[in-house]
Write a protein that binds this ligand. Sequence first.
Ligand SMILES: Cc1cc2nc3c(=O)[nH]c(=O)nc-3n(C[C@H](O)[C@H](O)[C@H](O)COP(=O)(O)OP(=O)(O)OC[C@H]3O[C@@H](n4cnc5c(N)ncnc54)[C@H](O)[C@@H]3O)c2cc1C
Ligand code: FES
Length: 432
Amino acid sequence: MSNATLALLITAAILAQVAVLGLLGWRRKRAQLRVLQRQAQDAAVGAAVLIGGPERDQGLDPAPLAQDIPAPAWPGHREFVVQRRVIEDGNGAVCSFYLAPADGQPLPTYRPGQYLTFKLEVPDPAGGPPKALVRCYSLSDRPRTDYYRVSIKRVPPPPGRPDLPPGVVSNHFHDQLKEGARVWARAPSGHFYVTQDSPLPVVLIGGGIGITPLLSILNTLSRRADPRQVWLFYGVRNGAEQIMREHLKTLSEGWPGLHLQCCYAAPDADDLLGRDYQHQGYVDLQLLQRTLGFGRHEFYVCGPPAMMESLVPTLEAQGVPTADIHYESFGPASLNKRPVPVPTTRAAAMAVRFSRSGKTVPWDGAAASLLELAEGQGITVDSGCRAGSCGTCETRIESGTVAYSQTPDADIQPGHCLLCIATPTADLTLAL
Ligand SMILES: Cc1cc2nc3c(=O)[nH]c(=O)nc-3n(C[C@H](O)[C@H](O)[C@H](O)COP(=O)(O)OP(=O)(O)OC[C@H]3O[C@@H](n4cnc5c(N)ncnc54)[C@H](O)[C@@H]3O)c2cc1C
Ligand code: FES
C-alpha cells in the first residue's frame, strides 16, 4: 500500500470517528433537551395552578408524591361517569376506563401506586336480584384533577375449568360499562406507593396486569422529571399481552433515566428481540443482577402469585433490606412479608366463637383464614378482594387476638380485624 493510500485511509477513519462521536453527542443533547422541555412544561403547569386556580388546573396536576398530600379524600362512595374506554393490548383483554367525577368537582390527588375500591350492582345471570360486589382496581395514571384511570383485565375461568363462570366484575366492566355509565368508588387507598424521600434508584417490577400501579408511579416520576434512575422490568407472555406498548416506548425514548426492560416468556413469531422486548424469559434474580449491577435500589413489585412468591423472598435472601422492597398482590397470595407465627402447639386448643350466629368452632389451622372458617360454617360474610385491601370483611373482635398473614392494606378501625387475612392467636369471639 502506498503512503498516499495509507494517509487517505487514516484520514477517512478519523473522519468516521468524529462523525460517530458527533452523532452520539447530538443524541445525548436531544435527550437532555427533552428532559428540559418536560421540566419547563411542569414549571408552566405550576404557574397555571397559581394564576388560574382550580378551574384552570383541569388535568394539569403537578403530581405531588406521598408527603405533599393530605389524608384521605372523601367519606363513603363517590359517583363517577365513564368518560372514555381504551383497549390497551393486542388481545383486547385489558381496557382502560377514564372516570370523571359526576359532581364535576376537581379530584383530589393520591399516592401513585394506590387503588380505588368499587362497589357495583351486578345483575344475577340466573335472574335473581342484582348482587352488590366490591373489587379493587389500581389507579394506572398519574394523579390528575379531571379524571382517574383504571385499567382492567378481563378474567377468564381458571385454566382447565371452562365449566366455571368467568370473573364477574372484570367482565361486567368490559361488557356493560360503556361510555356514560356510572360507577361508585371509595377514595384512593393502599400502602404500595412511591415516595420522594429516597435517593435510591427505583426498580419497578411488574408481571401481567400487575403493571397498573407501576404505570401510575412511572407516569408520575416522568411528569416530575424525577432525577432518580428508574428501571422497569415488565414480564408478559408476548407482545399481544403487553399493554400500553407505544406509551412505554415514547416514555423511554424521551427519558434517559428510564431503562425499559420488557421480558417476553413466549414471544410470538412477529415479536422482535431488541425492538419489542429486551429479554426472553421471566423476570428473575439473574436478570436483575445482570442488569442492575451493584448498589442499593428500591424495589416495587406487583405481579401474579408465582412471580411474587419467587422474587420477593429471593431479593430478601440476597440481603436487600426489607424496607427497600415494596410489593402488592392482586389477590390472595401465600407470600408473607412479615408473618406473625401462629403457635401450632396451641392451635388445637383455640376456639373461635361467632357470637351472633351462636356457633363455636375449634381452630385447627385447616382453614386459611377466619373468613374461610366462617364461610365453612355457612355464616354469611361480605367480602371483596380477599387480600386485605378493600376492607369489606372488617369485623369487630369482642375478645381475643388475631395475627395477619400479610400486612393489611385497608385501614382497620380499633378493635376490628380483616377476616380474609387473619388467623386467631388466642381464643376469639367475633361479632358475627
Ligand atoms: C389492591 C388491588 C388492586 C388491583 N388492581 C387491579 C388492576 O389494576 N387491574 C385488574 O385487572 N385487576 C386488579 N385487581 C384484581 C381485581 O380486584 C379482581 O380481583 C379481578 O378483576 C377479578 O375479579 P372478578 O370479579 O372479575 O373475578 P371473580 O368473579 O372474583 O372470579 C375470580 C376467578 O374465580 C373463578 N371462579 C368463578 N367461580 C368459581 C368457583 N366456583 N370455583 C373456583 N373458581 C371460580 C373465575 O372464573 C375467575 O377466574 C386488583 C386487586 C387488588 C386487591
Ligand atoms: S375481603 Fe377485602 S379486606 Fe377482606
